[in-house]
Design a protein around this ligand. Structure first.
Ligand SMILES: [Fe+2]
Length: 372
């Protein structure tokens, strides 16, 4: 073992072990070191070599700390590795420590929360004028799955111009911008006075819309309250209280379908989607677009039991954050996680008008990462 300053270096089993003290340790495999030389990346950060350019059995011949860098020599003519210790230390720990979208804060009992107190709220003028304000707001949106703006001008189209500062606004079969108001012969129940149960949007699309924004141009004084629930927290809650139902919802393929005379969209996905680590990655729940199940009767019965267990949770008021959004308020939510709904209203007495758009997921998360 050698030490320089407060870093202790050991080579064991063809690995370099670095110990910074206070429990901070890193173990670096020979092939990983050979594969991560700074010289093998272009100035733009992209890799210049392929893994097959290296022998599978790269062997460390010596390793030492020189100044503030780790220097490793390899056998087999593999070029040497030299990187600052700080660079190696920064590779330790989970990715969620440096990516806001992975550091998610679940909120199970939404009824205990107040939108204005517990989620990001920023005035539109400040949001548009200040990049740092946008960065902080977007990182909270990524973390909490829900964020609000106030003082948004009640001018049609403002939802798109505002959201263009957050990421990319895609064009869908609903257009780039859609009006949420009662219309005759609606092609979607969203365009009626009906209340809508908690759901995620467009699970028939692949990928699903990453984020959704809704801007209130004219609020209804009686009804039309917005409802939100954290699907991530609810899925984890289901995992705790009814593990069998949770597992059925993670492994049952469900087809979602949307069809109009000029659109036919279909996608198959589980209601609870897991990451490779087994974490809840997304929730897809939309009673209006779920297609008939095509499994055995036995599998279908198990699915219905699990589906109803989850649907029961969605109907519990304690899990719902409720707010009657006011004129000039704009809400953005993570459509892979945050379920939304509304109570009914009576548009012939009080017209209600919202405008909405979607945002691509990766563009929003990129803005959250690059803004100060
Ligand atoms: Fe919706």
């Amino acid at each position: 073992m050698t030490s320089t300053a407060s870093v202790y270096l050991t080579v064991e089993n063809n690995r370099v072990l670095l110990d910074w003290g206070h429990g901070v340790r890193g173990e670096f495999a020979a092939l990983w070191l050979a594969d991560n030389r700074s010289e093998d990346r272009h100035a733009n950060g992209q890799r210049l070599i392929d893994i097959m350019d290296l022998p599978a059995d790269v062997c460390i011949s010596s390793a030492e700390v020189k100044g503030d860098a780790l220097c490793v020599q390899f056998a087999q003519g593999v070029p040497a590795f030299s990187r600052p210790l700080s660079w190696l230390r920064a590779t330790l720990g989970p990715l969620r420590a440096v990516r806001a979208e992975l550091d998610r804060h679940p909120w199970l009992e939404g009824a205990r929360l107040e939108a204005m107190r517990d989620f990001a709220w920023v005035d539109h003028a400040q949001f548009t004028a200040d990049a740092a304000t946008r960065g902080v707001w977007l990182r909270r949106l990524a973390r909490d799955g829900l964020a609000f703006l106030a003082g948004v001008p009640s001018v049609e189209g403002t939802v798109v111009s505002t959201c263009s500062l957050m990421g990319e606004v895609p064009h869908t079969n609903y257009g780039r911008l859609f009006d949420v108001k009662a219309v005759p012969s609606p092609e979607n129940l969203a365009f009626t006075d009906l209340g809508l149960g908690l759901h995620t949007d467009n699970p028939y699309r692949d990928p699903v819309p990453g984020f959704q924004a809704l801007h209130v141009l004219v609020a209804s004084p009686d009804g039309g309250d917005s409802l939100f629930a954290d699907g991530l927290a609810l899925a984890e809650h289901l995992r705790r209280i009814d593990t069998a139902a949770f597992e059925v919802l993670t492994r049952t393929p469900v087809a979602f379908h949307y069809r109009t005379p000029d659109t036919d969209l279909c996608s198959v996905k589980p209601i609870i989607e897991l990451s490779v680590e087994g974490d809840v990655r997304a929730v897809h729940y939309n009673n209006r677009s779920i297609a008939p199940q095509r499994q055995s009767a036995e599998e279908t019965e198990a699915f219905y039991r699990a589906y109803r267990a989850f649907a029961t949770l969605l109907r519990e008021p304690r899990f719902q954050l409720r707010r009657r959004l006011q004129d000039g308020e704009l809400v953005v939510f993570d459509n892979r996680r945050t379920l939304h709904g509304r109570t009914g209203f009576f548009s012939q007495r009080h017209p209600r008008h919202l405008q909405g758009c979607y945002l691509t997921r990766d563009s929003v998360l990129s803005q959250a990462a690059v803004l100060p």
